[in-house]
Each structure stands twice: as C-alpha cells, then as structure tokens.
Write a protein that binds this ligand. Structure first.
Ligand code: 7RM
Length: 647
C-alpha cells in the first residue's frame, strides 16, 4: 500500500518557445542537466564558483561545514547584503536605473533609482544607529507595502541588525508574541495602511502590542495615510523627522557570512511562534542565482512579485534577489480588486510589467472574477509568468497561460518554503518543458527525493514524502532560540534528511508533482489521498472556481471526504450540481475519490499569503469548534459563514 496514492492524470506538455529559449540564461535541457550534474556531484566547487559573482569583503575559507543538521556556508567569509544590492550597482551605469517602482493603492506612484535607494538606506541605517541599534540587535518591521519597508530591511542588513518582518495584516497579539520571541528593540511601522480603500490602523496595533512587549524601546512611524495617531513621547518618532536629520553616508558593515539576516515567523499550529532564522551569504547567493535563472531576469525587465514583504516570498523575491541582480522590482501596496477586479492588469499595462510572479489563490480569484477584466488591458509586455505558494491546479495553470500569458509566456511553478529561503524545485523557462501542475525539476545543488515512511525512495509515479537529502546554501539555520525545535520539526522524521512536510510524486520524466501537505492527507477506506489531486479534479469542472477537500471521521471508511467548493461567479446552486460534481470527480480520477459531501461556500478560510487553511475546514466538517491557532486567518467572517452553510 502506497503511503500516498496518486490518482491525477495530466499529460499536457509545453516546450519553451524558441525565441524565449534563445535569449534565456539557460538555453536547453542538456545545459540544465550538465550544470545540475556538476552542482550535485561537486556542490562545494559549484557554489564556490557561483559565489564569485557576489561582492565579498573577505573571502571564505570553506564553502560548507556540515554538522548535521547544522550547516555553515562560506565559513570565514565576510560580506554585506545591502552593499551587494546597492553599492555594487551604484558604481556602474545602473546608478540612475530604477531599482524600485512603486504604486500605492490610491494610484500614487514613486520611482527610486539605485542611487536614491542607497541614500535612503544609508540614512535609515544612521537613524537606527542613533536609536542605539547595534549589530546583532533585532528590529521589528510592521509596515504596509511601501518603499520604506524595503528601505528598513536593507538598512538593518547594512548595519547587521536582524530584522523580523511581521505582516501588516496581523493582529496586535500576533505582533506582540513575535516581538517578544525576537526580543526586538525597535519597531518600524506606519500610521496606517490602505486596504481596499479602508485604513488598517497599524500604529494603534503597535501601541496595543507594546503594552505586552517590554523589549521594544523605540517606534519609528512612517506617515502614510495621514490619520491622527497617538504618540508616546520619548518612544515614538516620525520617520520623516529622523530621516531629515540623518546623514546619507553610512559604510556597509562587513558581516560574517553566517550573520543572522532575518527571523521570519511561521505560525506553528500551537503555542509559541516559530522563528525561522536565515543568515547572510548562502541566503543571498541562492536567492540571487534563482532570481537570475528562474525569472531569467535581464536589465530591460520590469519584474513584479505580488507577495507581501511579510511573507518569505516578499523578502527573497520582492527585495533582496531582484536588487542583488540589479533588476527593477515593482511593488504594489493594495488589493487586487480595488477599485475593480482589473487592478493587476491595469498595473501590468501602466508599468509595462515583463515578469509577473503571483500565487495560485490569486489566479483562481481572477478566474472567478472573469476574463473580461484582463481582456480590457494590453498585457503584451509580459514575457514570463510565475506561481508560488500552493500547488496550482492544472485548469488554473491553463487559464494563466492563455488569458494572462497570451499563450506565449512560459510559466515557472516554483516550489519552496520559508525554511528553504529560496526556490528549490522549478522549471528554468528556456530549458525545461512545463506540465500544468508540476514544479518540474530541482534547481542546481538541490537534491529532493520522494520517500516512503521508512525513508526509502519510491518508484516513479508513486506518492510519498518530499525530502531534501543534502544541505543547500539558503536553508534555515535554526529556529530562533530553540535549536531543539529545529531538529525535532525538520530532521527527526527521516534522520539526517530534511523533511518538507509535503507529499509529492515524481513522474517517469523525473518531474515533481506536489500533492499538498502531508498533515492534510485524507484516509478513505485505506486509500491515502493528497488534497491537490481531488481539488484539481473539482476545479476542472467548468463551474468550479476553487475547492478544498478534507477528511471527516467516519465509522465505516475511517474518513469521509468532504469538499468545500466555491463556484464561478454567477452560477446558481442546485442539488443537481452537487451530484454532477461528485460524478465529475469519479470520472476524472475514480470512485475512491468520490466526495461524500459537497458544501458550497462563497469563500474558503485562507492565510494572508493565500494558503487554504484545511485544518479549520476539518473542524467545520466534523462539527467541532476550532481549537487551533487562527491568528493567520485572512478573513474571520469566512469561518462563521462556513458553519452556517450545511448541506
Ligand atoms: C514560498 C512559500 C511553503 C509551503 C510548501 C508547500 C506550499 C509553496 C508551492 C507549494 C506546490 C508550489 N513558503 N507550496 N509553493 N506547493 N507548488 N509551487 O510558499 O513557507 O509560506 O509555504 O507552501 O506546501 O511546503 S511558505
């Protein structure tokens, strides 16, 4: 009996377009394979060569020290990340190139050149120093998606302060717990943030959080929305006032390659937040190399990653990796449907976006809102599309490909995690043919495997647990303040091997297909089904926009399969449709996956980064109250509404 059974069949395949291939950094499958071979046969030589492309103030002595499960990369080397992102380019023709193009939700825009951005970063680095922040201190960042957020991150990196960005939509309690765990000395925030035309009271949340976070001595507040906010004399400072007084000269501090760059909290299911720690050299190297080869970034690109900086994708692929490559990174403050559902496409047209990187959850929302919205805009500037965050259902992939990409743009479906720091499994768009729903092949130096519960590799086509067999440069180094938890969470289940928590299968071409989180696997009469495949079967029905499946305890079968389904806009509910959807799943993948129950819902509970929270749906399906952590839930009203919608 397989650990996780695979039932989905998907046979479409898309070769890289030849014009794309010719101009790409990696141009053929043969080239990919040769480089990949070398990267895993001689990882230290490979990464050592790649690291030559960064600016080091002191060369490393050893590429890797591996004391399982603790890794040190570029041991003895010193560098500064902000110097690599800024000073390096300011010394070239890129000085006056746009580093950051920004659009606010109200439609205001700003452009910062590399020169501008360096000056802002230096000034804010001096502000932090003046507030007493020294190398090794932690700084909290709780901000809207405005340029100052990137400035604050880079300023921390410049002086060796470790930042901890907390998503601006999180509550005061979530912020308090994270600041306490990190023992942050300063928080950088704003008066408020625009979201769908309303104002999120960031400063008020900070005030509430600080009542229980005594380590924080100073708060720096950007004026964004202009609302009156209470000020605590001595503790609170306006960003613009401190910046006015600060010098624009600030030498980049040479930092050890293993100096902690940031702590990013992922909500564990219970209790204490889990602070994933990333360091400097290896992180920067893998983030910047993936940026170059996966997004095939060129100087002419205007690249837009839609993730919030409160998520790892925002750290790596909005801020650090694009800037390390001297690219133009575009940043948008607000919601995708404000004032109308065509906001993203309006932005693509207005700014001439060439590379777009977004999440499946957003794509499914666009499908649901209807293709009339993208059709209103000229999207021909786009040349490459990316997705991240969840498995993408083949139907959503096809829609993205044809409606947004005009059939001409490759799609890079990039699998990675907060813990991996950078992309791990992904197509290289000029080299690797894509299949809708597959992340395809491992990036250089990454050795993933699909294994059974005893850690043995499973044959092609079989489902199992996704693991990574060797250390990689941008891997997490520990859980902040809790190395035991680091070992326990990631390295215990398969001793000496990193466990991702995801289920996957590999097909006959060696392509990886992520099947969802292992904790979400549903056990129906002895068949262990991953969520992705059943959900994809539902989403392939023309009336379905999104689906989430969970198990509910069942005396006969172990678990019954409950599907929560969101329909396309404008579709009326009826009993016939329920039966039709059940039959559709049977036709697509077989009787074992037939949903026992279908519940229609206007929305599904999701995290801020768009991941469906199946844990909460399990409680609802079983009629239980939710006991677990809901602090990362995007829209609390969804839970109440779901409870009302009984079959
Ligand atoms: C970058 C990020 C990580 C989890 C991961 C998966 C899921 C992410 C994909 C994906 C299938 C993808 N960091 N995931 N990307 N599943 N295909 N391309 O998302 O720490 O927030 O989440 O997200 O389950 O383990 S994260």
């Amino acid at each position: 009996m397989a650990d996780i059974e695979s039932v989905l069949k998907e046979s479409r395949i898309f070769e890289p377009p030849s014009t794309f291939r010719q101009a790409a950094h990696v141009k053929s499958l043969e080239e990919y394979r040769a480089l990949y071979r070398r990267s895993v046969d001689e990882p230290e030589a490979f990464w050592g060569e790649q690291a030559e492309s960064l600016r080091w103030s002191k060369r490393w002595e050893r590429v890797l020290e591996w004391d399982p499960p603790f890794a040190s990369w570029f041991v003895g080397g010193c560098l500064n990340l902000s110097e690599n992102c800024l000073d390096r380019h300011v010394a070239t023709w890129r000085k006056n190139k746009a580093a950051l193009v920004w659009e606010g939700e109200p439609g205001d825009t700003r452009v910062l050149t590399y020169h501008d951005l360096l000056r802002e970063v230096c000034r804010f680095a001096n502000v932090l120093k003046a507030l007493g922040v020294v190398k090794g201190d932690r700084v909290g960042i709780y901000m809207p998606m405005i340029p100052e957020a990137a400035v604050a991150m880079l300023a921390c990196a410049r002086i060796g302060a470790t930042h901890s960005v907390v998503f601006g939509g999180f509550s005061a309690e979530a912020l308090r717990d994270r600041m306490n765990d990190a023992q942050a000395r300063v928080i950088v925030t704003a008066d408020g943030a625009y979201r769908r035309g309303a104002v999120v009271p960031l400063k008020a949340n900070v005030d509430a959080a600080l009542a229980g976070a005594p380590s924080v001595e100073n708060v720096v507040v950007v004026r964004r929305t202009g609302e009156e906010v209470p000020f605590h004399a001595g503790r609170d400072h306006w960003w613009h006032e401190l910046m006015e007084a600060a010098s624009a000269q600030c030498p980049a501090e040479p930092l050890d390659a293993e100096h902690p760059l940031f702590i990013l909290y992922t909500s564990g299911t219970t209790g204490r937040p889990k602070g994933v720690v990333h360091t400097t050299g290896g992180y920067l190297l893998q983030a910047s190399l993936t940026m170059k080869l996966v997004f095939d970034v060129k100087d002419e690109d205007t690249y837009w990653c839609t993730a919030d900086i409160g998520w790892v994708t925002g750290h790596s692929y909005v801020v650090y990796a694009p800037l390390a490559n001297g690219a133009t990174t575009f940043m948008y403050e607000g919601a995708p449907n404000h004032p109308e559902p065509d906001r993203f496409w309006r932005i693509v047209e207005r700014h001439g976006i060439t590379v777009l990187y977004t999440a499946p959850t957003a794509i499914r929302a666009f499908v649901r809102w209807g293709e009339q919205w993208p059709r209103k805009h000229d999207l021909t500037s786009l040349r490459l599309l990316g997705t991240v965050g969840e498995p993408i259902n083949p139907e959503a992939w096809m829609w993205y490909h044809s409606v947004i990409g005009g059939g001409r743009c490759p799609i890079v479906d990039t699998w990675w995690q907060t813990e991996t720091g950078a992309i791990m499994i992904t197509p290289l768009p000029g080299a690797i043919a894509t299949k809708p729903g597959s992340g395809t092949l491992p990036f250089f130096g990454v050795e993933p495997e699909v294994v059974d519960k005893d850690g043995h590799a499973v044959p092609p086509g079989a489902g199992g647990y996704l693991v990574i067999k060797k250390p990689w440069p941008s891997m997490l180094r520990t859980v902040y303040g809790d190395p035991e938890r680091y070992v326990e969470t990631y390295w215990k289940r398969f001793p000496g091997i990193y466990f991702t928590g995801d289920g996957a299968r590999r097909d006959a071409d060696g392509y990886f297909w992520i099947m969802g989180r292992v904790d979400d696997v549903i056990n129906v009469a002895g068949h262990r089904l991953g969520t992705m495949e059943v959900e994809s079967a539902l989403v392939s029905h023309p009336r379905v926009a999104e689906a989430a499946v969970v198990g509910r305890p069942d005396e006969l079968k172990g678990q019954a399969l409950v599907a929560f389904v969101t329909l396309q806009a404008g579709i009326a509910l009826n009993e016939g449709l329920r039966a039709e959807l059940k039959e559709h799943v049977v036709k697509e993948i077989g009787a074992i996956a037939r949903p026992d129950e279908i519940r229609f819902s206007e929305a599904l509970p999701k995290t801020r980064s768009g991941k469906i929270m199946r844990r909460l749906l399990r409680d609802i399906a079983a009629g239980r109250d939710t006991i677990g952590d809901t602090t990362t839930l995007e829209d609390y009203s969804v839970l109440a509404r779901l409870r009302e919608e009984e079959e």
